[in-house]
Ligand binder design. Structure first.
Ligand SMILES: O=C(O)CCC(=O)C(=O)O
Ligand SMILES: [Fe+2]
Length: 273
């Protein structure tokens, strides 16, 4: 197995390895590279659905996504991304075409924080469709001391799609008004012990204890720091790539911009701590 780091702060890329037959040593290296790199790419895999699920379960328990209509019928813990980019009337279904567009972490609207999200690329368009990742360890570390002091001890409420309920139409009606989940704005990573900024601009509803406009202003200020951190990795997909990212310490964004007539299909799992 070969492991490369595109940047010392974020990203790890593994090649010359088959995740179906990992030695214990290679598994330990991959897991450590993921924790350190936040985003781990394993190139060149050929997996059945069962093999992808089995490999994913090595990272942790899998949880079916709240969006029910893109769950796989036989394996609800698996979401199929990118099917149905056109509606029956021929118009583009933006919620499917650019699902995950806009900086976010996954599942902050759940009371239990998900540890990772893992995607396996089945079909990749000829251009566009990259995914961006940003380190929230680095974003936190680089905050001015005054801002660090202001956010110390604050908690934020999150709902699916935030105040605008963006993408909420992917949810079944009975799942659209679930109560917010509350998480600290500065969190300590369960495995690395590092502090990171957790103020997801897509799904945040409000920071508790502040008025709406004060909360919006603080989220906007934090967002500038989060999305402008130079500690970023841009993944250009190839079919056969597996990418897992750590939702406890990173934001990500799907960039879209790929030809609508070309398929961009991934299998996706949500991995719990
Ligand atoms: O399709 C992508 O590039 C990322 C989608 C996303 O945000 C997710 O699967 O959580
Ligand atoms: Fe996402």
């Amino acid at each position: 197995m070969k492991l490369e780091k595109p940047d010392p702060r974020i990203g790890a890329i593994a090649t010359d390895v088959d995740v179906r037959s990992l030695s214990d040593a290679d598994w330990n290296h991959l897991y450590a590279a993921w924790l350190e790199g936040i985003v781990l790419v394993v190139r060149g895999q050929t997996l059945s659905m069962e093999e992808f699920l089995a490999y994913s379960r090595r990272f942790g328990r899998l949880k079916p996504h709240r969006v029910r209509r893109t769950r796989h019928a036989q394996h609800p813990e698996l979401t199929v991304m990118g099917v149905g980019t056109r509606k029956p009337d021929g118009s583009v279904d933006r919620a499917i075409y650019n699902r995950g567009g806009g900086w976010h972490t996954d599942s902050p609207w759940d009371t239990e924080i998900c540890k990772g999200t893992q995607l396996y690329a089945l079909a990749i368009p000829s251009y566009g469709g990259d995914t961006l990742f940003a380190s929230m360890y680095e974003a936190y570390d680089a905050l001015p001391d005054g801002l660090k002091a202001r956010i110390d001890g604050l908690n934020a409420e999150h709902v699916y799609g935030g105040r605008a309920r963006k993408g909420n139409d992917l949810l079944e009606p009975e799942d659209r008004d679930l109560p917010p989940a509350v998480h600290p704005v500065v969190r300590v990573h369960e495995e690395t012990g590092r502090k990171s900024l957790y103020a997801n601009p897509t799904h945040i509803l409000r920071i508790q204890g502040l008025g709406d406009s004060e909360s919006d202003r603080l989220v906007a200020e934090l967002t500038e720091h989060m999305v402008n951190t130079p500690a970023q990795y841009r993944h250009k997909w190839s079919a056969g790539d597996i990418v897992i990212w750590d939702n406890r310490c990173a934001l990500h964004a799907a960039t879209g911009g790929y030809p609508i007539e070309e398929p961009r299909i991934h299998w996706r799992v949500t991995i719990m701590q």
